[in-house]
Write a protein that binds this ligand. Structure first.
Ligand code: F0G
Length: 422
């Protein structure tokens, strides 16, 4: 076997890495499959090897995603890589949030600290690099916002035409602003995210445009590094749980693959468990989980967490595999639970956009239901930056006066007025 190939997750049919295709002839999605044992031998991969590498070198694809380049895109040449030093995100600890949750060992990995403010950059550096290697001229995506922001920035860097399809009225203002500002052609589709996704499949087939959604397996290779970087930050001590939001289920798929490969490489001795959190109004994966994954029943999605307002997740089958590898579970939370959790994450001085806070809302529920135990070590993933969705903050604190609202106060320009608030 070559070091890396494209391989169907269902029938196992293999394709060259240079094939421009995203689904197998049988219709299922493709993996970038690595011969991890050969890679281990070739690069002498070990915990020590990764610990010994310099974290970040100025102007080089090092640190973050490319710290693990040997397991992401081993055949790439350094000069081919389109990068913005993505990754290297912090692992926050907050006494306030931990005590609200009732957990002793709780970490928040903040992917909103990436160059365009979300985890998408980790996947984008790899997929745009691959697009460039394949001499693609135009890249496209359907997006609930963050993918479009990230695509726009990386397409600009790679000097490619960027085209983004976003659902009308369902994308936060920070994200649309980024797509426009970075120079992508932004098409506002009269439909929902699932309609946009359908158009992307068609565009790939009929227009030969290169999709950068998470159906692109190179995106998921980059997103695997969220898990490896966390493990390295924890001294390779495996937490009991990884908790994160699920929308199109790209992260669920990528994180499972990361752990499966880490286990094959002997980097970890045990598997953590996954808890994937969905918004109640956009929870086809949760419903399928409850039904023993008999079938996926797509739904018309509704939630305040627009990033995960998805009713027909494209990575459904890969995500099931990840849950099998990690004895994983799926939980759902209401919009009010998301907003309450967000007020706690924001109020701790960390902050994240609503979809990210589904992580913390779901975790709260799992602790209350006795599924996650107070003594267990938990890593929650915050997927996007607080400034992505300022309207959600204004609504909570000013318009609708949520339970933890902190509205501003108008005063006269006198020191007595200021003193009243000290
Ligand atoms: N959190 C945020 C902030 C997101 O932007 C997304 C997905 C998710 C969670 C869900 O991740 O799809 O891997 O399950 N946003 C995509 C977009 C769909 O277009 O920006 P997933």
């Amino acid at each position: 076997m070559q070091l890396s190939i494209l391989k169907c997750i269902s029938c196992g049919k293999e394709y060259a890495l240079t094939d421009v295709r995203f689904t197998c002839m049988c219709g299922h999605l493709l993996d970038v499959a690595h011969d991890v044992h050969e890679l281990k031998k070739k690069f002498r991969l070990s915990k020590k090897y990764f610990n010994g590498k310099r974290a970040t070198i100025h102007n080089q694809p090092s640190g973050g995603v490319w710290h693990f380049g040997e397991l992401v895109l081993p055949s790439v040449k350094e000069k081919e890589i389109v990068f913005k030093q993505e990754g290297n995100t912090r692992l926050h600890q907050s006494k306030k949030i931990s005590s609200w949750l009732g957990l002793r060992h709780f970490y928040l990995k903040h992917e909103g600290e990436n160059p365009t403010g979300s985890f998408k950059d980790r996947g984008m550096t790899v997929a745009v690099t691959q697009a460039k290697r394949l001499r693609q001229k135009a890249v496209v995506c359907a997006s609930t916002g963050n993918t479009s922001a990230s695509l726009a920035a990386y397409a600009s860097e790679a000097e490619m035409t960027g085209l983004v399809l976003i659902p009308k009225g369902s994308v936060a203002v920070g994200k649309i602003s980024q797509a426009l500002a970075y120079g992508a052609k932004t098409l506002i589709v009269n439909g929902d995210f699932d309609d946009c996704m359908r158009l992307i499949f068609e565009a790939q087939e009929k227009l030969q445009a290169y999709p950068l959604n998470s159906i692109n397996p190179f995106r998921l290779e980059g997103q695997k590094t969220i898990v490896w970087e966390t493990l390295q930050q924890l001294g390779w001590k495996v937490p009991d749980w990884f908790v994160f939001p699920g929308g199109n289920l790209g992260n669920t798929s990528a994180f499972g693959k990361a752990l499966h490969e880490a286990s094959e490489l002997g980097l970890i001795e045990k598997m953590p468990r996954f808890a994937v959190i969905q918004a109640e109004g956009a929870s086809p994966f949760y419903r399928a989980f409850k039904d023993g994954f008999k079938e996926l029943r797509p739904q018309k999605a509704h939630t305040i967490a627009t990033a995960i307002k998805i009713g027909n997740p494209a990575n459904y089958t890969k995500a099931i595999r990840s849950l099998q590898w990690t004895n994983g579970i799926v939980e759902s939370v209401t919009d009010n639970e998301i907003l309450e959790a967000k007020a706690h994450v924001d109020g701790a001085g960390i902050g994240a956009e609503p979809a990210s806070c589904a992580t913390v809302a779901g975790l709260k529920k799992l602790i209350e239901n006795g599924i996650v135990k107070p003594k267990e070590t938990v890593v929650g993933i915050l997927t996007g930056n607080i400034l992505k969705d300022p309207q959600a903050i204004v609504d909570y604190h000013i318009e609708k006066h949520g339970e933890l609202a902190n509205p501003p106060v108008d005063i006269e320009a006198t020191i007595e007025e200021v003193k009243r608030f000290l």
